[in-house]
Unconditional design. Structure first.
Ligand SMILES: Cc1cc2nc3c(=O)[nH]c(=O)nc-3n(C[C@H](O)[C@H](O)[C@H](O)COP(=O)(O)OP(=O)(O)OC[C@H]3O[C@@H](n4cnc5c(N)ncnc54)[C@H](O)[C@@H]3O)c2cc1C
Length: 484
């Protein structure tokens, strides 16, 4: 495999995976991005925060987000290509994540609307009543121009990591629906036709077990707005998705699943988006490397293109190998999720294995994306810092990929929890045994078992090193399997 594969996401996918479902669709989609999409995407990024029109001229609350028309064209292209509908028609997540990879090579922020739409349609399909599904699901799976979008709103002003303590939105039963009151502080894809929202049914415990998941339409049954956008956030990156603050005022909502399953359903929503985040991070890293490669081949210093200098060449080689390992890890999280995403509680061991791999993938790939985009800026030298050449954009985008869907701390601590409570490390070692170096496998087994008997304080304090070693070991073993 040569550096040239860096220049095209579709080619890179083929080289890494061998057979790629819907390869022609991916290529067409990439061609569209080359010809039209990336110019739109760059101008949306440069334009900054979109405007919010809160009232119509007669004073009626409308809460419309004002992007230029080309934005909607760019957004709809992915929906039409099948980033949502294929998952339900084909009962497979692979096409969706492959399209997400190509999207993120050009615009990692735009992959957010697709991801949160998938993370809305999936629990609606699994846990919604027949009535609810008949009312909303066909709209979300349309293949025409009318993209119905979803969103996933959990975080409130008091924090996103400790949802059990921070969610203050209350749900009151009202006939066949519920009325929600509260505020969501980070609400991406704000303006969506539907959202899944974490709220606490009145009287439920004041901890994470007291949360339930609700489906919230944009409009009430009487046609009035059902949620209100207080403002749109001015963000450093991911500007292709509007992130707002949302007010819920007696907002009509529908319970998904059993109330006591709330936290499991919230985690299922996060599973889909953490895997998407991993795919987006690898694609972003590929893009940053591709830009760095183009520049390093053209820029001359000390009598030859900078790529030909041994130090820079070696950096490219090492990072190219690291990209493949990150890809193998991210792709394994896709494949395992594809096996378990239809499960409902209580879950199988395969699900717990998936969760551990997904925590590694979210953590490792996002870190790799941030480091690689920083390095790509350095390869550009001074002009890397200039907005007009776009390479600085990848670092701004990467910084958000590290934080949303759970910070690195959250991934480490949740990974530790699934090892402690479900012995997921043993499932992992069994899974990797056929492809891993056996001596290294034994060393890792000993390292984890030793860690898990430390005091509670030491277990958390020393978890990062263990997590890094495990993620790297897992990625290397998976790459070995992929290369066979
Ligand atoms: C652009 C953007 C869009 C977003 N969109 C959405 C959205 O659509 N829906 C949604 O629900 N959320 C969204 N979020 C919120 C995101 O999920 C949270 O920012 C994230 O989960 C972290 O929560 P927090 O920002 O409240 O940080 P906090 O939870 O307040 O944490 C602050 C710091 O403390 C660390 N920390 C917390 N607990 C521990 C611990 N036990 N041990 C060690 N360190 C700890 C955290 O890792 C972090 O570094 C979005 C965020 C951004 C930036």
């Amino acid at each position: 495999m040569t550096f040239d594969s860096l220049r095209s996401p579709a080619i890179y996918l083929r080289q890494m995976l061998g057979t790629v479902p819907h390869e022609e669709t991916l290529q067409e989609y990439e061609t569209w991005w080359e010809k039209a999409g990336q110019a739109i995407s760059h101008s949306i990024d440069r334009a900054g925060t979109p405007w919010l029109r809160m009232f119509d001229p007669l004073g009626k609350r409308v809460d419309e987000i004002l992007y230029p028309p080309e934005y909607w064209q760019m957004l709809k292209r992915g929906y039409q290509a099948g980033v949502i509908w294929r998952a339900f028609e084909e009962r497979s997540l692979l096409p969706s994540y492959l399209l997400g990879y190509v999207t993120s090579f050009y615009d990692p922020g735009l992959y957010c609307p697709y991801t949160v739409s998938l993370s809305t349609a999936a629990p609606l399909d699994k846990y919604g009543s027949e009535n609810l599904k008949a009312r909303f699901l066909p709209q979300m799976l349309r293949k025409d121009e009318a993209a119905w979008q979803g969103a996933t709103w959990m975080t409130e002003i008091k924090g996103g990591s400790d949802l059990g303590a921070a969610v203050e939105t209350v749900a009151k039963p009202a006939g066949d629906k519920w009325l929600l009151n509260g505020e969501k502080y980070f609400s991406s894809n704000v303006g969506a036709e539907l959202a899944v929202v974490a709220a606490r049914p009145e009287g439920a415990p004041e901890n994470v077990r007291g949360l339930a998941l609700f489906l919230l339409p944009k409009y009430r049954e009487d046609g009035h707005l059902n949620y209100f956008i207080r403002r749109i956030k001015d963000k450093i990156g991911t500007r292709s998705v509007p992130t707002g603050e949302v007010e819920l005022k007696n907002s009509e909502a529908y319970l998904l699943g059993k109330p006591e399953w709330g936290i499991y359903l919230i985690l299922e929503v996060l599973n889909l988006s953490r895997v998407a985040n991993s795919i987006a991070s690898v694609a972003l890293a590929q893009r940053a490397m591709s830009d760095a490669l183009n520049y390093a081949e053209g820029r001359t210093a000390f009598g030859k293109p900078v790529i030909e200098h041994p130090l820079l060449r070696k950096q490219f080689e090492d990072r190219f190998a690291a990209l493949q390992a990150a890809f193998a890890l991210g792709w394994e999280s896709v494949q395992l999720l594809n096996e378990v995403w239809r499960e409902t509680p209580p879950y199988s061991d395969r699900y717990h294995l998936f969760r551990l791999v997904a925590h590694f993938a979210k953590y490792w790939t996002a870190e790799f994306a941030a480091q690689t985009s920083k390095w790509a800026m350095e390869v550009y030298g001074g002009i890397g810092t200039l907005a007009e050449y776009h390479v600085e954009r990848w670092l701004r985008e990467a910084m958000i990929l590290q934080i949303w869907e759970g910070t690195p701390h959250r991934q480490i601590l949740d990974g530790l929890e699934v090892m402690q409570r479900k012995a997921a490390h043993r499932l992992l070692f069994q899974h990797l045994a056929p492809m891993a170096d056996s001596q290294r496998l034994q060393e890792m087994t000993r390292q984890v078992e030793k860690h898990l008997v430390l005091s509670a304080e030491a277990k958390e304090a020393q978890a990062e090193k263990l997590f890094q070693d495990l993620a790297q070991f897992t990625a290397s073993a998976l790459l070995r399997k992929m290369q066979k």
